[in-house]
Design a protein around this ligand. Structure first.
Ligand code: PEP
Ligand code: MN
Length: 355
């Protein structure tokens, strides 16, 4: 249940309402939406309790939750209506606001030089953050599983060198703290979307979480997975549509374009799209990236590799640095059409020679 307070509600009345709710054994959550203080009761209350609350001083009305998620719901949007998340300490890297965020980089962290080349290349083309997996969730146990902690050190080093915030996947609840010490954003991969102990663990750290939609997860299940993270105390969750499994085999997955406007309606959390894992092939990535932005995505996460044919994982879907720069240019009309802005090429004086 949502409690909407009166425009002239006092602090003491708000405290009184919250105390009443907590006495019913229900956690409450406070926000300001459209100029009104709104109190969200995270568990639904029965009709009798709702009627008693409506009689409390300062209460204007109550409303039922429209969906099973609460903290993720638009009904509990923060002031301004949307959650804007900053990545690391780069004030230019935010998601959920007007500016489109593009995260780019290789599937896996590889040799230090390769990662560095990728980072400088994507930065030059206008990317706002670097991606790269140190712990890889591979379908086959015999496939390359990632460089592990060595990969985290490489990411941290390249982050220091380029100033790009870094996104990497965490697979195991026991590794959350270590991963959070090295990078700016913790990715929960599609295969882990319903690993509830892992969701709770990333809910307890002070790092934004990029939550990818499970291969066969509904939009409601994705939002409930986000709700676990929010309920554990972390308000900074970025949702990612990365394609779902269907009967179609020409693409690795099927990009659910409709999920973008649905999520934008249902939640205040930023919504980004991964065209690379949706397509599974580099030639389709530009079209899917443009479609995502046209449909209202707040950002993209794209796999880019200096030499895709030599990539240690997912080479088929990686863009070359040149192809990525072309996509960034091609995005401009779609970004403009969506009423957004896109950071231009980011040149670091004196560092270009190193790139
Ligand atoms: C990845 O980002 O490299 C990855 C494994 O993605 P997903 O979890 O969406 O398959
Ligand atoms: Mn990948």
């Amino acid at each position: 249940m949502i409690i909407v307070t009166r425009a002239e509600v006092t602090e003491a009345e708000i405290d009184g309402i919250r105390e009443h709710v907590e006495r019913c054994g229900v956690r409450s959550y406070l926000t300001t939406t459209a100029g009104r203080t709104v109190i969200g009761c995270l568990v639904e209350l029965d009709e009798g309790e709702a009627a008693a609350i409506e009689r409390l001083p300062g209460v204007e009305t109550t409303a039922a939750w429209r969906a099973p998620y609460r903290l993720a719901s638009r009904q509990l949007a923060p002031p301004g209506g949307r959650t804007v998340i900053r990545l690391g300490d780069d004030p230019r890297a935010t998601v959920g606001g007007r500016e489109l965020l593009v995260i780019a980089g290789p599937c896996s962290v590889e040799e230090r030089d390769t990662l560095c080349e990728a980072a400088w290349g994507v930065r030059r083309a206008g990317a706002g953050a670097l991606r790269g997996g140190a712990f890889k969730p591979r379908t086959s146990p015999y496939a390359f599983q990632g460089l592990g902690e060595e990969g985290l050190s490489r990411l941290a080093e390249v982050r220091r060198e380029t100033g790009l915030p870094v996104v990497t996947e965490v697979l195991d609840p026991r590794q959350v703290e270590t991963v959070a010490e090295h990078v700016d954003v913790l990715q929960i991969g599609a295969r882990s979307m319903q690993n509830y102990p892992l969701l709770c663990e990333v809910g307890r750290v002070r790092r934004p979480v990029l939550l990818k939609r499970g291969l066969s997860a509904t939009i409601t299940e994705l939002l409930l997975a986000a709700e676990y993270i929010l309920a554990c105390g972390n308000a900074d969750v970025i949702l990612c549509e990365r394609g779902i499994r269907t009967f179609e085999t020409t693409t690795r997955n099927t990009l659910d374009v409709a999920a973008i406007p649905v999520l934008q309606r249902e939640t205040h959390l930023p919504v980004i799209v991964d065209p690379s894992h949706a397509a599974g092939r580099a030639d389709l990535v530009p079209a899917l990236a443009y479609a995502a932005v046209a449909a209202g995505a707040d950002g993209l996460i794209v796999e880019v590799h200096p030499r895709p044919e030599a990539a240690w994982s997912d080479g088929d879907q990686a863009l070359t640095l040149d192809a990525f720069a072309d996509v960034m240019r091609g995005l401009r009309p779609f970004v403009q059409g969506a009423g957004r802005t896109l950071a231009g090429p980011r040149l670091a004086p004196g560092r270009e020679a190193a790139a």
